[in-house]
Design a protein around this ligand. Structure first.
Ligand SMILES: Cc1ncc(COP(=O)(O)O)c(C=O)c1O
Length: 418
């Protein structure tokens, strides 16, 4: 499979962390993607511009910082299925969730509820709670969490749709993750968006685990807004810049509130420094502070590699098979042990998951995880009991998955003999 893989050379474009003189099998792109080799050069160019041009770098040089984000917009758009003017790199993810809720969570006495997935990433829970309180509501009344059925780990689309319909007239906002960070479940964003709109709510997504992992069609799905981080599947470095999406249909809505700053002001008149905020058209109008050139340079470096492979379709094609293989390998380990040591909680259906596979060990999960790391396999551990492994199509191969299986088996045997 590795020999036949059209993306097989892409792993050469990335730097793998090492331990005891050996590269890790890196299965942790769901948390922090690897550094593209070209990152130093692209970042170095901007450091040179800073050195050589200093303040003039904003308007001079090959890539004036004033317009630097435009090249990123061009490259981000195909990753999330949007037009360039619907996306913009800015800030960090939770900050953008807040800024977008300022615009798209406008509760009234009758319609004030937010519907979300139970077990969403904590930052989303805290952001939503605090937004609800900010508007004078009690999270206990205003937040509806859709939870899996007793004994299950993942949600059924029909249960999400039913929860939206059941609370229809009270829902102001449907805010879901694109993929749940814990289970790796990919939600049916098109159907959720339609259900939200049917009851008159706005619909947004946190795409931290979906952007760069699975193809997205935010514009066509009619999603109102979304945001994501760039440091997971998009390999833009720790704390990397976030991206936002605002659907074109909202561009002319003058009634939308926003927390404004000078960088969201109409670009052509920004430096007239006049009183009275006039937003730039499109997602750019949500910018607050000036362009963060260095984190953007890292995102730029990484996005060039997405362009090189033809963006999401080729990646997804490989990802489906590679992750299927990871499922197979875990099943084989269980078979060889003669009992279900590893329970997979990620949906097996390819349309309901991306690259991440979440596994619960029957016993000694943390011990097994620590053994994996000691033996050069790096996934991650999420409390209380989950090992997350992601075979990322950009830089992982089938041999990585096979070797991980061998180690899982060996470690399980030794743990069970302890
Ligand atoms: C789903 C999700 N939302 C939000 C965040 C928080 O992102 P940030 O710290 O960049 O605001 C994360 C971080 O991993 C995440 O996985």
């Amino acid at each position: 499979m590795d020999l036949q893989d059209p993306l097989k050379d892409m792993r050469e474009e990335y730097l793998f962390p090492q331990q005891n003189g050996k590269p890790f099998i890196y299965l942790c792109g769901n948390s922090l993607g690897l550094q593209p080799k070209v990152a130093k050069e692209v970042l170095g160019k901007q450091l040179d511009n800073w050195q050589n041009l200093a303040v003039e770098g904003w308007f001079e040089g090959n890539e004036p910082w004033m317009f630097y984000h435009k090249e990123l917009k061009r490259l981000m758009a195909p990753i999330v299925g949007a037009s360039g003017d619907e996306v913009c790199p800015m800030n960090t993810l939770t900050v953008n969730l807040h800024l977008l809720m300022v615009s798209f969570y406008r509760p009234t006495k009758e319609r004030f509820k937010i519907i979300m997935e139970a077990g969403a990433f904590p930052s989303d829970q805290y952001a939503i709670e605090s937004q609800v309180r900010f508007h004078g509501f009690d999270p206990k009344d205003a937040i509806i969490e859709v939870a899996p059925k007793e004994g299950e780990y993942t949600l059924k689309t029909e249960d999400i749709v039913a929860a939206i319909a059941a609370n229809g007239a009270e829902i102001a906002l449907v805010l879901f993750g694109g993929i749940n960070y814990f289970t790796g479940q990919l939600f049916d964003m098109k159907t959720i968006t339609k259900a939200g709109h049917q009851v008159g709510a706005k619909v947004g997504f946190d795409l931290a685990h979906a952007a760069g992992n699975v193809p997205l069609h935010l514009h066509d799905w009619d999603v109102d807004f979304a945001c994501w981080c760039s440091y997971k599947y998009q390999n833009a470095g720790p704390g990397g810049i976030s991206g936002i999406f605002v659907h074109q249909k909202h561009f002319s809505d003058q009634s939308l509130h926003r927390f404004a700053g000078w960088w969201g002001y109409q670009e052509k008149n920004r430096f007239l420094m006049e009183k009275g905020f006039v937003p730039e058209t499109g997602a750019d109008g949500w910018q607050v502070s000036c362009t963060q050139v260095m984190p953007m340079a890292l995102y730029h470096a990484s996005l060039q590699l997405f362009e090189k492979v033809g963006f999401m379709e080729p990646l997804r094609k490989k990802s489906k098979i590679l992750t299927e293989y990871l499922f197979f390998i875990v099943d084989e380990v269980n078979k060889a042990l003669g009992f279900e040591q590893f329970k997979i909680i990620t949906p097996r259906n390819q349309d309901e998951r991306g690259a991440q596979v979440s596994i619960i060990a029957k016993k000694d999960g943390k011990k097994i995880f620590d053994h994996l790391v000691k033996n050069n396999v790096l996934g991650d551990w999420r409390e209380p009991n989950v090992i997350r492994l992601s075979a990322v199509p950009m830089y992982n191969n089938f041999e990585d998955v096979f070797s991980t299986g061998e180690l899982l088996l060996a470690v399980s045997k030794s743990v069970n003999n302890d």
